[in-house]
Design a protein around this ligand. Structure first.
Ligand code: TEU
Length: 547
């Protein structure tokens, strides 16, 4: 890392907790989480020890894609509350020393956005249609989509309007893509950025940050794939994709960065499913995003050599552009890592697990999940935690079809069950209605019975619980300033079944199989609460030792 890097920049080392507002806590009892619910429980996040929270979208939305279909970027959806409620959450979070990041969705809006409605009404060739991507269809009467692009959620990326033209949507048909070649779109979003910055937010998580610009002429893709990298195979570094990772995206990012720089201490993170990491690092060059989600890390297996490799590659590639690496294991789009890591092979990202899929080994998943987190939180850089993982919460893998809400489920006629299983309302109290998510017992997705034992009140203050483990990991991480440290592998502890690295005087040892004798030193924290033989680390366990 160059000496120009300012380690005091909070986002370089921050632990950022993702709040999925629909499922965190429900203040008004209607079954849908809300801002009141968040405010009432912010102290528990302070107690956990996170530096910032990132809110998945709470802006006005018909909720066809759980809020990632925005119809008013400058207001709060009544489901979640009001702008006044948001101001109140923001000031309470700040008073607790927690920063607040909001989710911006600039690639597409909702079909109910007034500008899209105006575009549909205005007709072909109008300036209103130029805000989006409208095209005539192929075929004798324009009855075929303009090209062969596939929606991430399944089916074509094109939907026809009554006058015969088609509009582009990389996601659901309810999510028309903005035309970022049009300066009016840029101007519109500059206003959205300023709106939230002026309100006092500390930054943004920017949704599908690698889309936005489409190759002129919208040419067919060579490989039709619904994958976020544009390929079901290993992505080819040299191959340009007509709607993922176009060069023009970077000018847009630099424009936003200039706006953000007018304010103190704000940051933005890219959600860009770009692989390999050498390519993703382009999103965080000086003057662009502050950080980007490390999806190569998220997609890694619980395997010593694979982890060694992805950590090296991350530190190297992000280091080259003076950005911190980030680390992440779970979010609202993927199978929770406590469940995912119990499998050798999992469905493709976003496809989810349903009752017909082989069911997970819950205990194995939890053990590996805790270990994977303990390995991650010792690494230098910034880490993301998804709500509920501090409870060790598993994926809901038996959700019945009738409750499904993810557009993926509907667009693939149930073939891909989708992402609802990681979005289920949190359990707070084992004996309360809806496990304490609210006081009425309503829940927009039903909670499985096994959530009871994971409830926060079953873990708080209980030695060895996952919640206490997370608290301890975060506290030690802070005490030793691990976020700003430097990683050094302990090669004598690195082989096919163990890994050991040092960071700011803390030795992190991970064991993947068999047993390993721990080096001597003060045991700071371990996933293996009931160490049966002192100094021997069992399989799927991690220990942090003070050197
Ligand atoms: O996600 C990007 C994205 O599309 C994938 O993670 C996707 O969820 C998966 O590949 C589906 O199979 C962002 C949001 O995080 C996600 O929740 C939204 O649905 C999506 O953008 C569209 O806004």
């Amino acid at each position: 890392m160059s000496s120009d890097v300012n380690k005091n920049e909070w986002w370089r080392s921050a632990v950022i907790y993702q709040i999925y507002p629909r499922s965190f806590a429900d203040g008004n009892g209607d079954g849908m989480g809300d801002l009141q619910g968040v405010e009432a429980n912010l102290e528990s996040l302070k107690e956990l020890g996170v530096d910032a929270v990132w809110f998945s979208p709470f802006m006005t939305s018909p909720q066809k894609d759980a809020g990632y279909d925005v119809s008013n970027y400058k207001d709060i959806d009544p489901l979640f509350g009001t702008l006044a409620d948001f101001d109140s959450v923001l000031s309470k979070a700040h008073s607790l020393g927690i920063r607040v990041i909001v989710d911006l969705v600039p690639n597409h809006c909702s079909e109910e956005h007034p500008l899209f409605q105006a575009a549909v009404a205005a007709g072909p060739g109008s300036p209103e249609r130029e805000m989006f991507h409208f095209r005539d269809g192929k075929g004798e009467n324009g009855e075929l989509p303009p090209n062969n692009w596939q929606s991430v959620f399944g089916g074509p990326t094109w939907t026809q309007v009554p006058d015969g033209q088609w509009y582009l949507h990389i996601f659901d048909s309810s999510q028309p893509d903005w035309n970022w070649e049009n300066p009016l779109v840029k101007e519109f979003f500059d206003g959205v950025f300023r709106f939230w910055l002026d309100r006092g937010v500390d930054g943004f998580r920017v949704d599908v940050a690698h889309a936005l610009i489409k190759e002129p002429g919208l040419p067919d893709v060579a490989e039709t794939s619904s994958s976020m990298t544009g390929s079901d195979e290993e992505p080819n570094d040299d191959q340009a994709h007509p709607h993922w990772g176009q060069e023009g995206v970077h000018d847009i990012i630099r424009g936003w960065r200039r706006i953000i720089e007018e304010y103190d201490d704000r940051a933005m993170a890219a959600e860009a499913w770009i692989l390999p990491l050498s390519k993703m690092a382009k999103w965080v060059r000086p003057g662009e995003y502050h950080q980007a989600f490390n999806f190569a890390y998220l997609e890694g297996k619980w395997d010593a050599s694979a982890l060694h490799k992805v950590v090296d590659e991350s530190l190297e590639e992000f280091g080259k552009v003076e950005a911190p690496s980030t680390w992440v294991l779970s979010n609202h789009d993927v199978i929770r890592h406590t469940t995912r890591l119990s499998y050798d092979q999992v469905p493709k990202q976003g496809d989810g697990i349903g009752p017909d899929y082989p069911q997970p080994d819950e205990a194995l998943g939890l053990r590996r999940g805790r270990a994977a987190t303990a390995f991650m939180l010792g690494l230098p850089g910034s880490s993301y935690i998804y709500q509920g993982e501090e409870l060790g919460l598993p994926e809901h893998t038996t959700l019945e079809a009738k409750f499904r809400q993810d557009p993926t489920f509907f667009r693939t006629k149930g073939e891909r069950v989708g992402r609802d299983g990681c979005r289920v309302p949190l359990p707070w109290d084992a004996d309360a209605p809806a496990f304490g998510f609210n006081s009425t017992g309503k829940a927009w997705l039903p909670q499985p019975e096994n959530f009871r034992s994971y409830a926060r009140n079953q873990q708080r203050g209980i030695p060895g619980s996952t919640l206490e483990l997370y608290k301890r990991l975060l506290a030690v991480r802070k005490d030793f300033n691990l976020g700003n440290g430097e990683l050094k592998w302990h090669e004598d502890l690195c082989d096919d079944s163990t890994l050991g690295y040092e960071n700011n005087g803390v030795l992190v040892v991970a064991n993947f199989a068999g047993q390993v004798a721990l080096p001597s030193g003060e045991l700071l924290v371990t996933t293996q609460h009931d160490l049966s033989v002192e100094g021997v680390l069992e399989a799927d366990q991690v220990a942090w030792i003070k050197l």
